[in-house]
Design a protein around this ligand. Structure first.
Ligand code: GLC
Length: 535
């Protein structure tokens, strides 16, 4: 069976994983030096967030050259070394592709700015005349807050056209109805495939095509999105069909995974039809509260939706855009994507409860058939940094919303490797682009490695058993006879029981393979266990 159908894929956020040159920002050589730890953890693949040339206004999701490594992260030679070493550890490497927008520093955009309205250069992006002198072409809002249009000077220095930026103003949206743009990206795919990468994570894969005529959005009455004519337009699928053909020219099962915030799951399944992408992130799962009925429903729907098009389901609890799940699960309500948590947030997380519930959730996730995504640091049970000083914040969301939303910096802080080293082993100088909280010393990897009951050992043993019992390629059968607030299923020889009720649960006979907490007697609340059936 193809490797990606059951793979556990670990997201490395290059800025914050390991910093070999000590400047406070992680880099490719740093990642290479720590690959052994990922092998030991037992994952199958690594997904690297962007490391390309970029002014870093959106942490590298603003790409100024798709074929070059930003000098802050290294160079192409460092990339080749990293790829080769990952492969020598039998780790696949997936890289991030950011096709919805470029950086405003990109040559294509600079040329568009220098060219007159109506020119082929401007047609690479979405330039339009405003409605009036000072009013943008339509009412679209940026995901990071504020209007999604910026006006540029006209030819004679007066007010000129407006360009669309669904994200920061330094991220102009490309015009994917232009065949020239499509051709450029097919070449970019080939550039990296020729270097030997194993696939792409496709950023904002639901956004490339905007509805013809760019009609106003309807944001509903309470500022909640209602109809946004820039997401999930049907013509976007043509692009992925073209890309799939490119990938299929290469041997070795190359993959594409869609970052598409599309709901419901039955609609998201269109992204992974047999001639399109291979996987899509399951954000419906990520957003599900730890309640048994809700979990059973989303698992059932995921398996049905992806299964109906022959794709594996994916599962994910954390990434670089959301509050870490060890913190989310310590709150009474979920924190909307991009809001973050800070010192003045209404509710502060219960850290111990959050960790306990996160461990239960992760152990449940890793038993599900399909492919799972892990975000660096979750194997340490790392919480969100909720005490980041405002002066350190870098996510554009913070400024664009005039400090209403904290943004995503709290999950992006460099991770701790060794308790007693500078910057907890992130580098040897102690510098860190976002300050690390003192509290993280106790979460350091060296404190958990080989320590019974640590979160790291829990992940390691789960990943070992997952392989041994082929859970990733298995089949899920629900177990009956448990009380309502318990999720219980069988995947081959393994029974999985997750107790989200308030009372202990009696367990079936069998030997315990993994447990998210140590216990004796019944399975305590907020605990998951894997049991090998006695036959
Ligand atoms: C995706 C990325 C996010 C980025 C945005 C714009 O959602 O995951 O980090 O800010 O796209 O590229």
């Amino acid at each position: 069976m193809e490797w990606w159908r059951s793979a556990v894929i670990y997201q490395v956020y290059p800025r914050s994983f390991a910093d070999a040159d000590g400047d406070g920002l992680g880099d490719l050589s740093g990642i290479r030096s720590r690959l052994g730890s990922l092998k030991e953890l037992g994952v199958d693949a690594v997904w690297l967030s962007p490391f390309y040339t970029s002014p870093q206004h959106d942490a590298g999701y603003d790409v100024a050259d798709y074929r070059q490594v930003d000098p802050r992260f290294g160079d192409l030679h460092d990339f080749d070394l990293l790829l080769a070493e990952a492969h020598s550890h039998e780790l696949k490497v997936i890289i991030d592709l950011v096709p919805n927008h470029t950086s405003s520093d990109h040559k294509w955009f600079q040329e568009a700015l220098a060219a007159p309205a109506g020119s082929p250069e401007r047609d690479r992006y979405i330039f339009r005349e405003g409605k009036g002198r000072n009013s943008p072409p339509n009412n679209w809002q940026s995901v990071f807050g504020g209007p999604a249009w910026k006006q540029v000077p006209g030819e004679k220095g007066g007010p000129g056209q407006w360009y669309l930026h669904l994200f920061d103003q330094s991220q102009p949206d490309l015009n994917w109805r232009n065949p020239w743009v499509r051709e450029q990206f097919r070449d970019i795919l080939r550039f990296w495939l020729d270097r030997g990468i194993d696939g792409f994570r496709v950023d904002v894969a639901h956004g490339l095509i905007k509805k013809a005529g760019l009609p106003d959005a309807d944001y509903g009455s309470d500022a909640k999105p209602f109809s946004e004519p820039y997401w999930a337009q049907p013509e976007v699928h043509e692009i992925y069909r073209e890309w799939r053909k490119v990938l299929d020219e290469y041997p070795g099962e190359k993959v594409m995974v869609a970052e598409a915030w599309v709901f419901p799951l039955s609609k998201l399944a269109n992204w992974v039809r047999p001639d399109e992408m291979h996987q899509a992130f399951n954000f419906a799962y990520l957003g599900t509260p730890l309640k048994a009925a809700a979990l059973r429903k989303v698992i059932r729907q995921s398996l049905a939706a992806f299964g109906s098009v022959g794709a594996p389901s994916t599962w994910v609890l954390s990434n670089h855009d959301v509050v870490r799940h060890a913190t989310r699960f310590g709150l009474s309500a979920d924190s909307p994507q991009g809001d973050g948590i800070g010192p003045k947030s209404k509710e502060q997380p219960d850290r111990l409860l959050g960790l306990r519930r996160a461990r239960a959730a992760s152990l449940l996730m890793l038993a599900l058939p399909g492919s799972s995504y892990l975000y660096q640091g979750e194997e340490l049970g790392l919480p969100e940094d909720v005490e980041l000083p405002d002066s350190a914040r870098q996510d554009p969301t913070w400024e664009r919303t005039k400090h209403k939303r904290y943004g995503r910096d709290g999950c992006r802080v460099p991770i701790p490797w060794e308790k007693d080293s500078p910057a907890f082993g992130f580098n040897s100088t102690g510098k860190s682009w976002l300050p690390q909280p003192e509290l993280w010393s106790e979460y350091s990897r060296d404190q958990q490695d080989g320590t019974r009951g640590s979160t790291l050992e829990l992940y390691k043993s789960a990943l070992r058993s997952r392989k041994q019992f082929n859970l990733g390629t298995g089949r899920l059968d629900w177990l009956e006879g448990f009380q309502r607030n318990v999720v219980a299923f069988e995947n081959g020889e393994v029974q999985v029981i997750a107790n989200f009720s308030a009372a202990p649960v009696e367990l079936p006979e069998g030997s315990i393979l993994a447990a998210s907490e140590s216990f004796s007697g019944g399975l305590p609340p907020n605990t998951t266990v894997w049991i090998r059936k006695t036959v």
